[in-house]
Design a binder for this molecule. Structure first.
Ligand SMILES: Cc1ncc(COP(=O)(O)O)c(C=O)c1O
Length: 425
């Protein structure tokens, strides 16, 4: 597809009550609207959970079919060479580098976000011998805290989580590494990556950014911010599919010195010599551990074509317009139903999600899902709505808020089937 132009959408210009017709007019002016066709979404569904599991790009099924029926079934083990399976971690990493502001040889796709965080935390600590603190945020996604705690125990360092507002003040000469999620998974609050990285470097600390709720949702400039390391999910806004592998970024300047702890054979300089001594591969390849999950990689690779030609600044402009619209419609339509807003009203400080609070949040989300409006719930009271600008329209936002209003007006959420908790919320 041709390059998609930038297009600021002036929702703020609407001063009277917003109507569905207003939203349709915004859709007509939306130059990203054709990207919706790059996704295979079911009819009757408004998908506001792309921040958890992205929608399926239309390019994926045919590519997966070829991978399974030809490359696996017919090519068999020959496909590691003949179908270029072997270099997929580097190739797909290079493909998504543009989306995070990195050079292609600084990104690799492997393992899960949790595992990549483990590898990079240990590697970062080894680069700062004598320093004793892993600094993090209290309220970060749990796996980030669990992994940091586990690494601290293993390395004899201390994991110190502090409130988001206290991160800057807590940075001192004891901190070896700061580990933060750029956009908070619950509130959608976003750090100033450049400012935080700069402050961490002033005290000699390294920073690992978790881009789980950033990559594919907005522009991200890892190198312009002089970031050291980053990790992120392949299955959220990058739409790689359930359990798609994660990506890791290592700034070029750190690659030669990087020593990660999971010294598996795929991170070896010459894996197929089968030597008994570990010797790290050059560059970011040394982050590899074991055999790459090819089907997940192939799915992610095909999914990333949904971003072909997309200007990430245009994507961000639409994402801001959608979140602004959702907040404005929530103000207009949902007053008096007991909702709170857990996300900042300052678009510059948020990601691509809006979270509401309500004491019956779980049941309300279940009632919405039953109507085809899919968001999710995060304990204790957060209703989370993600706005993936590639496949959502302004009319979708209107219809989602209308469904929410109806669920509240008619107390649909109070039905017993919506109150019973499922395993995955
Ligand atoms: C901020 C953040 N980091 C990490 C993860 C989990 O990553 P993984 O399951 O790939 O280890 C999530 C999942 O939602 C997340 O929101």
């Amino acid at each position: 597809m041709n390059a998609v132009a930038q297009h600021p959408i002036p929702t703020g210009a609407i001063t009277r009550a917003i109507t569905r017709a207003d939203c349709q007019r915004l859709d007509e002016a939306d130059t990203l609207a054709p990207c919706r066709e790059r996704f295979a979404l079911p009819a009757g569904v408004i998908y506001l959970d792309g921040n958890s599991l992205g929608a399926m790009p239309a390019a994926v099924p045919a590519r997966m079919q070829r991978a399974i029926e030809q490359e696996w079934a017919v090519g068999l083990i020959r496909s590691w060479n003949d179908a270029d399976w072997y270099p997929a971690p580097q190739r797909v990493g290079g493909q998504l580098a543009r989306l995070v502001g990195a050079q292609p040889h600084e990104v690799i796709v492997a393992d899960s976000t949790s595992v990549n965080l483990f590898k990079l935390l240990v590697a970062a600590l080894r680069m700062r011998p004598g320093r004793t603190v892993i600094l993090g945020e209290d309220g970060n996604f749990p796996t980030d805290a669990y992994i940091a705690g586990g690494v601290a125990e293993l390395t004899g360092t201390r994991f110190q989580p502090v409130a988001a507002d206290d991160v800057m003040a807590a940075l001192d000469e004891n901190v070896a590494v700061l580990t933060l999620t750029h956009v908070n998974y619950k509130s959608g609050q976003r750090y100033d990556m450049a400012a935080v990285t700069r402050r961490a470097h002033e005290v000699g600390a390294l920073v690992i950014w978790d881009l789980a709720h950033t990559a594919g949702a907005m522009p991200c400039e890892l190198n312009a911010c002089e970031a050291d390391f980053a990790v992120g999910c392949g299955y959220k806004y990058l739409n790689g599919g359930p359990g798609a592998p994660s990506f890791a970024f290592v700034a070029e300047r750190h690659q030669a010195a990087l020593r990660q702890p999971l010294t598996g054979w795929h991170g070896h300089a010459r894996p197929f010599e089968f030597g008994q001594q570990y010797e790290p591969a050059p560059g970011v390849d040394r982050l590899l551990v074991g055999t790459a999950p090819q089907l997940g990689l192939i799915s992610l690779e095909a999914a990333l074509t949904a971003f072909d030609g997309v200007d990430m600044n245009a994507l961000r402009a639409k994402s801001v317009a959608l979140t602004e619209l959702f907040i404005a419609l929530a103000d207009q339509e949902l007053a008096g139903f007991g909702f709170g807003l857990a996300t900042t009203r300052d678009a510059d400080q948020r990601g691509s999600q809006v979270s509401l609070t309500h004491e019956q949040g779980y049941a309300i989300v279940q009632a919405l899902i039953a109507r085809g409006v899919i968001g999710d719930f995060r304990a204790p009271d957060i209703l989370r709505f993600g706005f993936a600008a590639l496949y959502l329209s302004h009319a979708d936002v209107w219809d989602a808020v209308a469904a929410l209003k109806d669920v509240m007006q008619h107390r649909v959420w109070a039905r017993p089937e919506f109150m019973a908790r499922k395993a995955v919320t």
